[in-house]
Design a protein around this ligand. Sequence first.
Ligand code: FAD
Ligand code: DLZ
Ligand code: SF4
Length: 506
Amino acid sequence: MGKLRLVLGDQLHRNIAALSDIDKKNDIVLMAEVMGEATYVKHHQQKIVFLFSAMRHFAKALKAEKINIRYVELDDKENTGSLLGEVKRCLSEEEIDEIVFTACGEYRLAEDMAGWARKLNCPVQIREDDRFIASLEEFEAWASGRKNLTMEYFYREMRKKTGLLMKGDKPIGGKWNYDAQNRKKLPKGYTPPERFSVKPDKITKDVISLVKDHFNDHFGSLENFQYAVTRDDALRALDDFIDVALPAFGDYQDAMATGEDFLHHSLVSAYLNAGLLTPLEICEAAVEAYHDDHAPLNAVEGFVRQIIGWREFIRGLYWLEMPSYKETNALKADRPLPDFYWTGKTDMHCLSEVVRATRDYAYAHHIQRLMVTGNFALLAGILPEAVNEWYLIVYADAYEWVQLPNTHGMALWADGGVVGTKPYAASGSYIQRMSNYCSSCDYSPSKKLGEEACPFNYLYWDFILRHEKKFRQNHRMGMVMRNLDRKEEAEKKEIKKQAKAFLDAL
Ligand code: FAD
Ligand code: DLZ
Ligand code: SF4
């Protein structure tokens, strides 16, 4: 008799809680490629290739350690198509006295798994998800009694907890946050560094064929698949980032450029969220680069903040606010998602570029997600449910615990101010300032109205006008409202008219 230790596709770390005390003689590790998980949304084809290939490589490494591994491939004849079905099948064929797994990352599956002990008539041990720096208990304790949850304060706690960039109890350099030095536009003619990529091996090639056979109708191209699928290669990708991209990470964090899909970003989110890398080791590598004088403080602090600040904060909020969080729609947005989110066919060049990168790599960086596709969905009033589903589908790093607060809260403000006190709404001038997109666009960001005007311009003011009553009560919107007050009634009328015509034609 032994334990059945289930490892999910995004828990691929040897030290994950469920594996920590494995008895190699008696226990069995179960990993299963199942249709249920591959299709609860129609994930980008590269996301499925990445996870299935990473799962197969992880299972191979466990086998090399002489761990009993039961790996179910998608095409196995007996595959029941669900995680519960595969656990059940395993229980019927093996001598098992307890099921052990690490708490999963999505509410939908957690709810289901909470009923497994009863459904399977077998003891179930759910261990805390140890892929994060803060436990959920710790986050709850920090959040309790606070009226507003501000990432910056939580981040400071995480700096103290980890000791990252700290000198005693003081932040290195004297400040907690160096964002004021970041957000530069790329210099003209700038060439970003070449990035590390991995050529598909035999396992990945097999998975690519499998995905072509079964998920051909899912969004995304497979041609450029270049993700690392093992921990060793993910560590190489991290080294490469530290080496070539981290020094200017802060400077160009918010920049965007046609045809430049990665710039100075780390590209580690898919690895981090699948368990191939841990948050602490990534941050420690970045901090070491600072101490070695390889990368400046603004870059390293900014990078560390994304991981121990934003990532942990977002995850804490998700579990604190679910399930009601998903149902909120503070701005009563209700339009369907425009087709160009799938096809990229739009004459708004910024949007077509971000959709293209998303299709080609299952990746877009934060500002592209927030200020281009997110901003458009916010201004146009697209139904949060549809936008959330799109983001969950199209990115290789997308799991609901991280996708939902970012989309529903940060980008769409559908939560009415839980993640951010005011909406991240912007007109075309923001995109023009932070990118070179507008120079290749049919529209002009400097024109506010008329055929050539950038749609972001009139959509922005139409959005403010639509929610004027609500925004007047938000003290952080004071400046925007004062700008609105400077507009003549005739201009407001024209804005509304042009926005309506544009939105009706979507
Ligand atoms: P870098 O820019 O190099 O940042 C380093 C790391 O910091 C990232 O790998 C990530 O782990 C972390 N990070 C940075 N910002 C955030 C954030 N806001 N929330 C959580 N972690 C953060 N991130 C996901 O991992 N999965 C998602 O599904 C996801 N959906 C998003 C949807 C929207 C609408 C927005 C605005 C952001 C979303 N993000 C998501 C956050 C962020 O855009 C990505 O983490 C980042 O673009 C990943 O690329 P990178 O690894 O090159 O990140
Ligand atoms: C995302 C995903 C996919 C596409 N397929 C599988 C799978 O076949 N088997 C599996 O164990 N996990 C898969 N995953 C990851 C799960 O969806 C993820 O563990 C949950 O969403 C919880 O975060
Ligand atoms: Fe985007 Fe407007 Fe610039 Fe065109 S002009 S790229 S639509 S911001």
